[in-house]
Design a protein around this ligand. Structure first.
Ligand code: ATP
Ligand code: MG
Length: 233
């Protein structure tokens, strides 16, 4: 691949990312000089022990947190120097987040929850409903549109969360242990749905998972260890 093509397909790139947390008068370095890039349509997995800094890295990649050192570039824009207003607009348009805990709104129906990102972006509920309905049907929840998340199973809730993350047609999905709170069967089903949708909708995926098998399904897989990324053996 020549240099030009590489540049044009690059979506997200992290350069020399460092992160230090201050705890009283002590400083703890969690990440040190991390380089990571994701191209359009590519999926990248990050594994690592609990406390190794996976969520910290994802939060920085998704601009929910700022690095202590280094830069975050997205489609050529340096997000490290963007203000908070720009970043929240950027996230709403370009990134879909899926967390271990679904973070759905219990007072809203499944359909309304999926519509929320579109409404934040300025669409009316009526304009948002067709795509939200299509996504929920796609993940097998056609008969649960009007249900509160309180009355859904854990796996169903995560499927709603996947639809919500895809609602605004983001370039990149960032998923932090999306199946971490599910049993083996629900976990496999949700992972299958996530990978199929990522492929069908041609999204890039940055995924944190404890599960090596799931990590290996991605186009690249890394282990976060001793504050740096190494290829997953
Ligand atoms: N805001 C914060 N202030 C201080 N320390 C923090 C903060 N956020 C995270 N840490 C510390 O940074 C380290 C990495 O945390 P992080 O949540 O990124 O780990 P993780 O790899 O996602 O772990 P897990 O697999 O358990 O989710 C931990 O030691 C944690 O205590
Ligand atoms: Mg974590």
């Amino acid at each position: 691949m020549n240099d030009n093509r590489q540049e044009s397909s690059e979506l997200l790139s992290l350069h020399k990312i460092g992160k230090t947390f201050k705890n009283g008068d002590r400083s703890i370095c969690i990440l040190d000089g991390i380089d990571l890039s994701i191209a359009v349509g590519e999926s990248v997995a990050v594994t690592g022990k609990s406390g190794s800094g996976k969520s910290t890295l994802l939060n920085i990649a998704g601009t929910l947190d700022r690095p202590t050192t280094g830069t975050v570039m997205f489609k050529g824009e340096n997000l490290s120097i963007a203000d908070d207003v720009r970043l929240s607009l950027f996230r709403n348009i370009h990134i879909g987040f899926i967390f271990q805990s679904h973070l759905l709104l219990d007072d809203f129906t499944a359909l309304e929850n999926v519509c929320v990102p579109a409404m934040i972006a300025g669409l009316t509920m009526n304009k948002a409903k067709p795509r939200a309905t299509m996504l929920l049907e796609r993940v097998g929840l056609a008969d649960r549109l009007g249900q509160s998340p309180l009355k859904l199973s854990g796996g169903e809730r995560q499927r709603v969360a996947i639809c919500r993350a895809l609602m605004n047609n983001p370039d990149l999905l960032i998923a932090d242990e999306p199946t971490g709170s599910l049993d083996e069967q629900a976990s496999a089903q949700v992972a299958d749905i996530l990978f199929s949708l990522v492929q069908e909708e041609q999204k890039a995926l940055l995924l944190v998972t404890h599960d090596r098998q799931t990590a290996k399904r991605c186009s690249a897989a890394y282990l976060l260890h001793n504050r740096i990324l190494e290829p997953l053996a």
